[in-house]
Design a protein around this ligand. Sequence first.
Ligand code: DGJ
Length: 739
Amino acid sequence: MSIHVNEEQKLFHLQTAKTSYIFKILENGGAGQLYYGPRVPVKDAYTNLASREEHDCTNTLTVEQPDFQLELIKQEYAGLGKGDYRYPAYQITYHDGSRTSEFKYMGYRIIDGKERLADLPSSFDDQGDDAQTLDVVFKDEYENIALTLHYTIFDKEDVIVRSATFLNHGNDIMLDRALSLQLDLPDAKYDMVQFSGSWARERHLIRTPLRAGVQSISSLRDASSHQHNPFFMLARPHTDNNHGGAFGFNFIYSGNFLDSVEVDQFDTTRVLVGINPDEFGWKLSDGDSFQTPEAIMTYSADGFNQLSQQLADFYQDHLINPHFARQERPILINNWEATFMDFNEDKLMPIVDEAHKLGIEMFVLDDGWFGHRDDDKSSLGDWFVDEKKFATGIDGFAKKVHDKGMKFGLWFEPEMISIDSKLYEEHPDWMISTPGRQSTPARNQYVLDMSRKEVVDYLFDHISAIIKKTKLDYIKWDMNRNITEMFGAQLPADRQLEFAHRYILGVYQLYARLTAAFPKILFESCASGGGRFDLGMMYYAPQAWCSDDTDAVERIKIQDGTSYGYQQSMWGAHVSAVPNDQVGRLTSIATRAAVAYFGDFGYELDITKLPQAELDEIKDQVVFYKKYRQLFQFGKFYRLENADTANDNVYDWEVVNDDQSEAIVARFQILNGANPAYIRIYFAGLDPEKQYTVNDGDEKFSGAELMNAGYFVPRIMDRTKPEKDPSDFSSRLFVAKEA
Ligand code: DGJ
């Protein structure tokens, strides 16, 4: 691991185990990018990479330097106004209304390790053995403003984390745009791979070749959103799961974001990642600073699986709360799809009893336990128990669950308020609204102004009281609508554009206070399923509810897409009832479980209504998952290529443990076909020299054989057990163990 600086050349070379990132200070005092990709040796100068030639029709730095045309130069952190017309990384409006900046290099410092950021979720290096940080400082020529570009290299994981800080020591300025990461690549022969969709259809993979102009994904919902995930990749056209080069980008932030890729007139590519400049502005007076959230980038020369695995390691060691990183997550049962809000203690206790018999470890009480919430029209904000539903209080019910030896979890939706609530009666002004405009309801609810300290204090006090009363083990933190009529009642007119970011800072503050006060509580973030599935949330809540769509077949696509940019312990996955509540599909309980095994496993159905045969199956599933939980939640994840990959009809997923002694492959076949070809499962990530059995069979196979020749499987449809292996929506599991 090392950051190499050639002071004479003003050249910076950031090396991780397998990558190099190189930039240098240019004649204008700004920084120019030279290279990002597979690791190259350190040398004194990279004239070849820095060379350029004069083009017609562009602006030059001075008449003496006709080849210094910013429009042609790859830059580290570009502004606008000096002849580069691509979208910039930052933009400042000065006190006189002018908007041209000239930041010039002042110096640098290197710090071993990586400190956490004060008010934002961030990467860290608590062990102090994997990271090194470089700060490069620039100063504005006209105003007393310092710009610091921060780079942290995480050696083993081949990840570079970037952010920027503006510090003003002069007249008031307005920061109109302050992105976190800019990467200028020398050509445009990439596919953009994004993960987009909608509510209950989150993170479906979309792959499109780059074209001239700007292509972007973004959010203006003040949430990372169901519609577009901040994670995306740029991959060479031939790149697949096992081969080829790809860059991956993600953002440690939960509000409005912009991922922009601009292909310019010379076919170079500019990547920008950061807070969406629309609906953003930040006033900096003398002495004020603004720190952008962190963005991450990584590169894999060996396909998407490698890239996903690098990120997975990075998250576990440098993003997820160390108390929970690699800690096995409990098998839970959640009452939402079992009862919705129609429950009371008498109805719930039989579910708890049955769950206990089946070996399930935690009962999670979802929406509807507080205020007088029998439907979604009331009570958000009233975080005290509905005594009609729980005669002995929420503490009485929690005790009954705990007495069974099970953990107890509760649902909250802290950021919301119902008009029909005590909270609204007392503090109508805490609701976000714009004076004189009608407030737009969504799910009959409204959003609290999380930028106000008294709101965060109220929530902290009330949630803490319930936590203490119930000796809570887990919180599901939901968020079921986005903000409208965005307005900060406490902010002056020239700071209104700060509101969206201030809102998210308030959410982070509440998370930070609760996780500090109750470090053993496992948080699961949720936003109508996957509406805030991002690294900002995961810094505080190590897992997130993946999607409100619990249909096994839909979930295959959602979890498959999610797995490119996230690690399987980061998403909750449950077995629910059939016909499925969202799509009405019938699938076997075996397939529903096989999909949900790849994640934080749980159940979300009324188990008191199931036939004994299914209960027996659940009991076996629980035993099986407990046995392989470490592997499912934390094993290296592979999306295997197979003969049918291109048709979206067959998915093979695999998890492999660190010492390559155990692996599980799941084959999911959506639709069956007549008279099909032979099936071979090609394992990945095994030790070629080791001997393995598959599903405890007698024959031994070398890892080399299982990976290269494949494991032969008879037809998926088992006619002798149609109820277990229906022809469509089938699943098969293959457990390889070192013999
Ligand atoms: C949306 C969540 O995604 C569901 O799991 C459930 O908690 C409901 N909200 C409750 O209102």
